[in-house]
Design a protein around this ligand. Structure first.
Ligand SMILES: [Zn+2]
Length: 421
């Protein structure tokens, strides 16, 4: 068990929760995965090459049905949930993807996408650390002299929004855009993150000193080491945030419900809400001419971010995403992907796990005391090992992340979604 996964899981369980606060701990804090920088080709690869690059032909995946966890992996080579280096890569002329190294406190940072038009520039997500956002802006100003007019937040999670203030400072005419629900959550949650940040150090210290998790389970030596790493990174991160704590101008001011169409000058950008999934207000950014989709955390690579949200609705949302005509997708974390094979694999995984959760609820019942029994049964019944291999390969960090965060969180969130039925 790596500490990264331990800390992340801990923070997920002990931050905001949606339906089961204090009872089942179905937490929905932003956290996620990230990946080693593996630059993509500057030009979009043709679909055939794209699918090959993702490790499996799309048809082999999309034709699958049922618990096909033993099918070929679509995991792109060279990617991982741990990102140690920053990278900035052109996707096509005037469109760039930036990946960020994990923060010193091990918190992952979301990808940033830059879309340059003839008149102005649009940026998707401002990542977590203000220092990283400053580097992004310095890079953007090397790429273009067109000012950043729009900053779109794909969702409220901290690893995608905490750099908002840096953009506000750098671009006087900036408008921050988000789905109406995301605007509401940023306004509510983000100032609380600043307020609570110093408490994280205290909590990490408690874990290290007690050697136990909140449930009384003894931490492994690796987990304790991970908490120590995170603890050592808290102060430098807090030093970045301290000045932002009093600010109230980092919330989006332009909200939309279904779709917002923007013209940056010769570059059409559609900001779409395809339905709930990772959060209640996810936005994707679609460029029909370039056939590029920016997915936010509705899609993360190489291991999906499924620690909360609305898994059953996510299936329908991802199906709508798959129906869009795109060839390149920028995930919320991880490598830029070609084709739809990986997306299809995530949909398949969601279908298999959520249907199994529903089956076990029918058998065992629901309510606050049945989650453990349902989870145990689901873990024993699904072809989990094969899915683990397809998503995580033989990377230990990725396998831990899959087990401790994605799969466990998916079952809990699906249970939360199904229980009220
Ligand atoms: Zn994220």
């Amino acid at each position: 068990m790596t500490s990264k996964e331990t800390v992340r899981r801990f923070e997920l369980r002990h931050s905001s929760s949606r339906k089961f606060t204090g009872v089942l701990g179905a937490a929905v804090l932003a956290a996620a995965c990230a990946a080693k920088p593996t630059p993509v080709s500057p030009t979009a690869a043709p679909p055939a090459a794209a699918n090959a690059a993702n490790g499996a032909p799309a048809a082999a995946v999309s034709s699958s049905a049922g618990a096909g966890g033993d099918r070929p992996s679509t995991r792109a080579p060279g990617d991982s949930v741990t990102t140690r280096e920053r990278s900035a890569t052109p996707i096509v002329s005037g469109i760039y993807a930036i990946r960020h190294e994990d923060a010193p406190d091990t918190f992952p940072q979301g990808n940033t996408t830059v879309i340059v038009g003839e008149r102005e520039t649009l940026v998707v997500d401002s990542c977590y650390l203000p220092s990283s956002a400053k580097k992004d802006i310095a890079q953007i100003q090397k790429w273009t002299n067109k000012p950043v007019r729009y900053l779109v937040n794909t969702h409220w999670h901290y690893d995608h929004t905490m750099g908002n203030g840096v953009y506000k400072d750098a671009f006087a005419g900036l408008t921050i855009v988000a789905h109406r629900e995301t605007r509401k959550q940023i306004e509510g949650y983000n100032p609380q993150w600043f307020a609570k940040f110093p408490e994280r150090a205290t909590t990490f210290k408690q874990r290290i000193e007690s050697g136990k998790d909140p449930d009384g389970r003894a931490l492994t030596a690796g987990e304790v080491a991970e908490f120590k790493t995170a603890l050592s990174g808290v102060e430098p991160v807090w030093a970045e945030f301290r000045d932002l704590a009093a600010r109230r101008d980092m919330t989006p001011t332009l909200a939309f419900d279904r779709e917002l169409d923007l013209d940056l000058g010769g570059r059409e950008v559609r900001v779409l809400h395809l339905g709930r999934g990772n959060t209640a207000g996810d936005a994707v950014i679609y460029l029909p001419r370039e056939k590029i989709l920016v997915a936010g955390d509705l899609l993360d690579h190489p291991v999906p971010y499924l620690g909360g949200g609305y898994p059953l609705e996510l299936i329908a949302t991802l199906e709508k995403m798959a129906a869009l005509d795109f060839e390149t997708v920028v995930p919320g974390h991880g490598k830029v992907l070609r084709g739809k094979a990986y997306l299809e694999q995530v949909i398949e995984f969601l279908r298999v796990v959520t249907s199994q959760v529903e089956k076990e609820i029918h058998r065992a019942g629901s309510g606050p005391r049945k989650l453990g029994e349902v989870k145990k049964a689901v873990l024993a019944s699904v072809k989990i090992a094969a899915f683990r291999d397809r998503f995580a390969g033989d990377d230990k960090d990725d396998r831990d992340f899959f087990d401790g965060f994605s799969l466990s969180g998916l079952i809990t969130a699906a249970y939360a979604e199904l229980w009220p039925r």
